[in-house]
Design a protein around this ligand. Structure first.
Ligand SMILES: [Zn+2]
Length: 476
């Protein structure tokens, strides 16, 4: 049984009909302080823990590869068990930092290569800037965040009715743990009840403790079995991700957008931040020690608002009756290419939210048991979905796709989503080492399309518009 479970865990892609576990978090459980000063022991522990964790983060980001089983290296007043928890948390943080950095660096190299090539060909546009690599900062723990396991924090069901759980937290004082009651809100209880059986869900033994603005918060988690609903031969719907339309599918639908009112709000926020930056610079020059904060509250609110809109759009796409029984293919954006894609105005702010869309697609796919595969997105917006002719000139403007060769015309995002829908299982594209290799493959496909059509002599024809509907849903 144990072995079987191990095997199942190894499998990356769930098989249709078979259950697989998804971990869900129950957040924002406030730790109540019944006796004043009880949480003081936790307050004393937090900075010590944070400092130790930070030491290992630095070690794992610079000198060693992240290893949660690494032998303890640094001196600390913390117990051996707490020490191990700190190493494990640091290894997790360093691992994701390293992999994100690698992806961004690869993208930078690709961008640079492309820039140099355009420079050599004299194709460089007047606005083009040479891509710059800025070394990433080391992740720093600013606010107390403790990812604890059962060895240091124990969660037990309370027998009394006034509280739901007891949390036993070991402290810096050996053999003197603190015991903190946990009271759940009604919505927490609803979340922790299985709607099918009406029974309480089994909680995972690891918990997270956060301190924000002087208050300690607890995050619990549980595993839920989700059944993979997608048949192996399910038709593929492609998803193109953008800011004008958050989600555009190859079935020709748009979901959510960065509408004009939000755009105006972003613009105002940007102007405000610029004024603030000027003020900061001015004060700094005069030698003022305490500068006003650089982050803006309205900016944070705008980001939150945009994310909510994105979540809603992705939800709508997944629950659309037209998409029942399909699988999705979506573009996996990297941070660097997101910046590239959101070149306009406050590029970074928008880029940070553009990246939220694929994350949300992945999460929706997981929780619904619907298959969604990230696919190579290079040239998906420049490739013609009819004849594969790939050229920047196919995009007369942001909205429009018009093929220079076959004359196919469509909404640009729709054309891209059709291309993406076909890229699942495209081994030839996946074998490409860089963007220029991908372009070469696409142009090869264009050549064979021309031969098939007996169109060796290229001449733009404007009559293939009807292909749009038949290309909408393609299956593998
Ligand atoms: Zn074409």
């Amino acid at each position: 049984m144990n072995e079987k479970r191990k095997q199942r865990k190894k499998k990356k892609r769930p098989i249709a009909g078979e259950p697989y576990p998804v971990t869900r978090a129950v957040t924002h459980i406030r730790l109540v302080e019944v006796n004043p000063g009880k949480l003081a022991a936790l307050d004393t522990l937090a900075p010590v823990y944070l400092a130790l964790c930070q030491q290992y983060i630095t070690l794992f980001c610079t000198k060693e590869s992240p290893n949660k089983l690494r032998d303890p290296l640094y001196q600390t007043p913390l117990s051996e068990r707490w020490h191990r928890v700190a190493i494990m948390q640091a290894a997790g943080i360093a691992r994701s930092w390293r992999s994100n950095r690698t992806t961004a660096y690869q993208q930078y190299q690709t961008d640079l290569e492309q820039y140099r090539k355009h420079q050599a060909d004299g194709q460089l546009s007047a606005h083009a800037k040479e891509p710059q690599w800025r070394e990433w900062n080391m992740p720093t723990l600013r606010e107390p965040c403790i990812q604890a396991n059962v060895n240091v924090v124990k969660l037990e069901t309370s027998q009394e009715s006034s509280f739901d759980y007891w949390l036993t937290i070991s402290t810096l004082e050996k053999g003197q743990p603190i015991v903190v009651p946990v009271k759940l809100a009604d919505y927490h209880k609803a979340q922790l009840t299985d709607p099918k059986t009406q029974q309480a869900r089994k909680l995972n033994s690891s918990v997270q403790l956060n301190k924000r603005e002087g208050v300690w918060w607890l995050t619990l988690s549980y595993d839920e079995e989700v059944h993979a609903e997608t048949a192996p031969d399910a038709p593929v719907v492609g998803i193109d991700v953008g800011i004008a339309n958050f989600v555009t599918t190859s079935t020709g639908k748009h979901y959510g957008s960065f509408h004009p009112r939000m755009r105006a709000r972003h613009k105002r926020d940007r102007a405000k931040r610029r004024r603030k930056a000027k003020l900061r610079a001015c004060l700094k020059k005069k030698g003022v020690q305490k500068l006003p904060s650089a982050s803006s509250r309205t900016g944070q609110r705008l980001i939150r608002h945009t994310r909510q809109e994105i979540n809603r759009a992705v939800n709508q796409c997944f629950t659309d009756p037209e998409h029942e029984g399909v699988q999705f293919a979506y573009e996996q954006l990297s941070v660097a290419s997101m910046r590239f894609k959101a070149r306009a105005q406050n590029a970074y702010l928008r880029a940070s939210q553009l990246g939220h869309i694929p994350q949300q697609i992945a999460w929706n796919s997981q929780k619904r048991g619907v298959k969604a595969t990230p696919v190579i997105s290079a040239y998906s917006s420049q490739e013609c979905s009819v004849c594969h002719y790939t050229d920047r000139k196919n995009r007369p403007d942001q909205r429009t796709f018009r093929c220079q060769v076959c004359g196919f015309e469509a909404h640009a995002d729709h054309n891209a989503s059709v291309n993406l829908s076909r890229r699942i299982g495209d081994r030839q594209l996946r074998a490409c080492r860089d963007r220029s290799a991908i372009k070469a493959v696409l142009m090869q496909r264009h050549e064979s399309w021309k031969q098939q059509q007996g169109m060796e002599n290229i001449r733009p024809v404007k009559r293939r518009k009807r292909v749009k509907s038949s290309a909408a849903v393609s299956s593998i």
